[in-house]
Design a protein. Structure first.
Length: 378
């Protein structure tokens, strides 16, 4: 179906030179000018919205036409193609197909059509990979090298070193690490000189009897309460690009307690000492003090991979995305013998999902199974 296109243009700015004013504008004149600009912007916005809605009305099909299986198949086939004509990712097709199905389900609820026509079409979406590609999983030595590479890129890059540490050592999602608050961290340690134990190393100050210069980092704890996800300024209540939400697969008020190893305690303490936290207590911030943006930490991660990995490793899928650090954490824990129930709890997964997603990353038993097969072949 060819859709009509509408071109929207705004008035161009004047190209003629502007004469210098005889006097500076007064407060009243500035206020009037600002009011005029706001009025013009509001009018242009209304005109643009009207044009957009007119185009949508012209280009959209009546709901009743979607009651045809042939038309539904045409729509489903179109979900498999990107705007540039290339095949869409299987996960994208699955997500759009679910949205389309729910829209038609709402039409049934409004009694615009009798039943969901998608159920009458023999159409199968592309298969979505259920398990993690084992090639993306890094070992502890590789992760440590990458974190050192991030730190070596300079002070601005070092502000996200502990952020990446949270993804690996605590198995956090990037949106969870971006919403980490100072009050949610128990950073435990012990002074090697005087033997004093501390529940919060970041708040330790020298005493009269000991300077507490030699610190032994112990296991700490994070209490995760929410996420900071990028939704776009058009879809948030406050107009900001990020929206604070509850934990994934959890109720809004639920929390998740995650023990963290001494190495992550050390990274978080170093972050507080070198970079501080935001005025609101948020650990990781963007360049201008706002929420940490994906584009910021993605850029530093790409540079760190180029610096820390060999040419062949950098060209491979190995920890290509920061999210792969979470996959590496899950793989490490499972192969270390941690029960799947505990791994799932720390990651915020269900056990069934955990075993399905990380089935390719679990080692052990290969030699025994190979011997049995070899004995059967002999």
């Amino acid at each position: 179906m060819n859709s009509p296109m509408i071109r929207i243009s705004f008035s161009a700015r004047a190209s003629s030179p502007i004469a210098a004013p005889d006097s500076l504008p007064t407060a009243d004149s500035r206020s009037n000018a600002a009011s005029t600009i706001d009025s013009r912007r509001s009018r242009e916005s209304r005109n643009w919205s009207f044009a957009l809605l007119s185009w949508l009305e012209t280009a959209s099909l009546p709901v009743v036409e979607l009651d045809s299986p042939a038309m539904v198949r045409r729509v489903l086939d179109s979900l498999c193609v990107r705007l540039d004509g290339k095949p869409a990712a299987a996960s994208t097709v699955q997500r759009k197909r679910a949205t389309f199905y729910n829209v038609l389900g709402y039409a049934v609820e409004l009694e615009l059509i009798a039943s969901n026509p998608v159920d009458r079409v023999q159409w199968t979406a592309p298969e979505v990979a259920q398990s993690i590609d084992r090639r993306v999983v890094a070992n502890p030595t590789q992760v440590a090298t990458l974190l050192e590479a991030v730190k070596s890129l300079g002070k601005r890059a070092d502000k996200v070193t502990a952020f990446f540490g949270c993804l690996y050592y605590a198995g956090m999602r990037p949106s969870e690490a971006a919403d980490l608050w100072r009050e949610d961290c128990d950073l435990a340690g012990r002074c090697a000189d005087c033997g004093a134990d501390f529940d919060d190393l970041a708040a330790v100050k020298p005493s009269r009897s000991c300077e507490h210069e030699k610190i032994e980092y112990l296991w700490g704890r994070l209490v995760l309460a929410g996420t900071s996800s990028r939704a776009g300024s058009h879809w948030t209540d406050d107009g900001g690009p990020h929206e604070r939400r509850g934990l994934k697969h959890r109720g809004r008020a639920e929390t998740r307690m995650v023990p963290i190893p001494p190495r992550l305690v050390e990274l978080l303490c170093a972050h507080v000492e070198n970079h501080g936290v935001g005025p609101d207590g948020r650990f990781f911030r963007g360049l201008h003090g706002g929420p940490l943006s994906e584009s910021v930490y993605d850029r530093w991660w790409k540079l760190a991979r180029e610096k820390a990995l060999t040419e062949s490793q950098a060209a491979s899928p190995l920890v290509r995305r920061p999210y792969d650090l979470r996959h590496a954490a899950a793989s490490l824990w499972l192969n270390a013998g941690v029960p799947p129930t505990e791994v799932a709890r720390r990651l915020g997964h269900g056990v069934a999902v955990l075993l399905r997603v990380y089935a390719n990353c679990i080692d052990g038993g290969d030699d025994t199974m190979n011997d049995k097969i070899g004995d059967a072949l002999a």
